[in-house]
Write a protein that binds this ligand. Structure first.
Ligand code: RIB
Length: 309
């Protein structure tokens, strides 16, 4: 099995369950409060481990104890975390997440120590990139460091997956040309390409513009509509699995992790996207970020119960 390296953020999520999102100037009461492990990077690394991947993680945490609690969770999923950077004087990143009655979320992140998951730290750990086969990254840490890691990994023949979340103002073509799979959601695709948001034509045009700029494959995650794959071989659509929506937090992270694990196992891309849709479908039916991520056995049971495998 190929080795996956995830580089990205670590947060503690402060989750507030609300009936409806607060409006500007409004004070509302939350129904429940939870403090949970999160961060897009940590969620993706944890999910790779839970789904059966061989995974290492590079990230930065503060000296406040919150980050080490997230790392404890990582170890439970067999994620290798021995090269995490601990900045004693910094706070671990936090995210304040409101989840409404329909399972939609809005998230504000205070990056804290995530800002120290920077280019210098990644250059110091080039040997960890050398040791992986697949690099999985997002953009909740300084983007120049991530762009450096992408180009370095590509030059060394690694397969690169970029989840462009949160979405930056732009990604240079030289970086896109080093990306084998880019996985925007509809909003991120629109921000990156200026495409129309209508499905499927506008989405397909946006994906094709990323292909023209050099990305190898574009996998657009479409929430309840599933996913769309665009590559040099054409376009394919993959329906979502029907599930009751509890909380969409980390559905995208679970999808990206499952994509990395499926590719690490050398499976066909159509099988991999079905697997990723199933894993993220289970995640939206549960609360929280890492707390919603299913195990490999749960995904396989779910798929076979619905007649896929
Ligand atoms: O993708 C979900 C994650 O986004 C949350 O866990 C939160 O920490 C933010 O980073």
């Amino acid at each position: 099995m190929k080795k996956i390296l995830v580089i990205g953020s670590t947060n503690t999520d402060f989750v507030l369950e609300v009936e409806e999102m607060p409006r500007v100037g409004e004070t509302i009461m939350s129904k429940f409060f939870h403090r949970l492990p999160g961060g897009k990077g940590a969620n993706q690394a944890y999910a790779c481990g839970m789904l059966g991947g061989h995974v290492s993680f590079l990230s930065a945490i503060g000296g406040d104890g919150l980050g080490s609690a997230v790392m404890e969770n990582m170890r439970r999923a067999d994620v290798a975390v021995s090269h995490i950077r601990t900045m004693e004087a910094d706070s671990t990143g936090i995210a304040v997440i409101c989840v409404d009655g329909a399972g939609n979320n809005s998230i504000v992140v205070s990056p804290g120590a995530n800002l120290r998951c920077d280019c210098d730290y990644l250059k110091e750990h080039r040997e960890i990139i050398d040791a992986c086969d697949i690099l999985l990254v997002q953009l909740e840490v300084p983007v120049d460091g991530i762009f450096y890691a992408i180009t370095y990994a590509h030059k060394r023949g690694k397969l690169v997956i970029l989840n462009p979340a949160p979405c930056p103002d732009g990604i240079p073509d030289e970086v896109l040309q080093c990306v084998d799979y880019i996985t925007p959601n509809e909003t991120e695709l629109q921000k990156l390409t200026g495409c129309r948001m209508d499905f499927p034509d506008g989405i397909q045009e946006g994906a094709q513009s990323l292909l023209r700029r050099g990305a190898g494959h574009v996998v657009v995650t479409l929430g309840g509509k599933g996913a769309m794959l665009c590559s040099g071989s054409g376009t394919a659509r993959f329906p979502a699995w029907e599930v009751p929506v509890e909380d969409t937090t980390a559905a995208g992270d679970t999808f990206n992790a499952a994509l990395a694990v499926g590719l690490a196992e050398g499976r066909r891309i159509d099988e991999v996207i079905d697997f990723a849709n199933a894993a993220s479908g289970i995640a939206v039916s549960r609360k929280g970020a890492q707390t919603s991520v299913p195990s490999r056995a749960e995904v396989e049971k779910f798929m076979s119960s619905r007649g896929d495998i």
